[in-house]
Design a protein around this ligand. Structure first.
Ligand code: NAP
Length: 277
């Protein structure tokens, strides 16, 4: 019998130096005493396909995918999961033993798992959700909110056309609001999500009026640097239940880690600390 190879995984993107995924996976590998390595790889656009075809031969069992390749890898993959097709992007590739590349998307899963863990009594069916933004992350958020039974999702985006596109793709439960009226869609929303990059370090502040936020509503921000955004601070002051965006990053990594390294990892305080260190 041949000796098992040490499984390799990683994250591809460009730039990649600031990715927190290597620290996350290293923490889990150590915690569970598993052999394996997880490396950041900055790959140039022209080399993407050749790199993906070569990685399995080097011992890689899969990779995470980040900006700017989440859409491009879908064209290279041999198999695409239903949820990746629906979202139109992939953040997790599995290199199968038969040589085929399987593209999946775990962002929506991570988004929902984070909310469920942080707020166990969250009831998505209790009322409308409001989503700010219509980029790649918003697509994952929208798909997963509809899947767990939110009755209506309101979306608003600076570039209205992108929000219209989401309504076309996701159907009648999606309602589009003008960006200048984004504050209005927060009224009586039970779940509120910022999926724009506004509020992130180095980006402008999210300026949407927040006085419509309903006390008791669940408010979450996908931005996790800083952890406490203005949205979450104001929402907490208004009696909302706040969930930061780091948990989504941790939970979206669970299915990939399990698949590649053979153990389903737990997301807990130590996991957060390891990534923030
Ligand atoms: P993206 O596809 O580039 O979309 C960016 C979104 O932000 C678009 O809706 C864009 O509106 C909006 N935006 C950017 N600058 C703006 C401005 N000055 N005024 C108004 N709107 C503006 O990015 P993405 O992949 O969806 O990611 C969005 C954010 O979520 C990022 O901060 C990312 O780090 C975060 N994220 C977090 C996680 C996590 O695990 N926590 C996962 C995925 C993403 P336009 O369409 O008008 O440009």
């Amino acid at each position: 019998m041949s000796m098992d190879k040490i499984p390799l995984a990683g994250v591809i993107g460009s730039p990649i130096a600031h990715s927190r995924s290597p620290r996350l996976h290293a923490h889990w590998l150590r915690k569970y005493g598993l052999s394996g390595h997880y490396v950041p790889m900055d790959i140039a656009p022209d080399n993407l396909e050749a790199a993906l075809r070569m990685l399995p031969q080097l011992g890689f069992v899969g990779v995470n995918v980040t900006i700017p390749y989440k859409e491009k890898v879908m064209e290279i993959a041999d198999l695409v999961s239903d949820r990746a097709t629906l979202i139109g992007a992939s953040n997790t590739l599995i290199f199968r033993k038969d040589g085929r590349i399987h593209a999946d998307n775990t962002d929506g899963y991570g988004f929902i798992e984070n909310l469920r863990q942080a707020v166990p009594n969250w009831n998505p069916a209790a009322g409308p959700a409001a989503v700010l933004g219509a980029g790649g992350a918003a697509r994952a958020v929208l798909a997963s909110l509809l899947e767990v039974g939110v009755p209506e999702v309101r979306i608003s985006n600076r570039t209205r056309m992108r929000a219209e596109q989401l309504r076309n793709d996701f159907g009648h439960r999606v309602q589009v609001f003008e960006w200048v009226k984004a504050g209005n869609m927060l009224e009586d929303a039970m779940t509120v999500v910022n999926s724009t990059s506004l509020g992130m370090v180095g980006k402008p502040e999210l300026r949407v009026p927040l006085d419509g936020l309903r006390p008791g509503a669940l408010v979450t921000d996908l931005v996790y640097a800083p952890l406490q955004t203005r949205l979450l601070r104001v929402a907490a002051e208004q009696g909302c239940i706040c969930v930061d965006g780091l948990g989504m990053l941790l939970h979206q990594a669970v299915p990939g880690f399990e698949r590649w390294f053979g153990h389903r990892p737990e997301v807990d305080e130590a996991t957060r600390a390891a990534v923030l260190r």
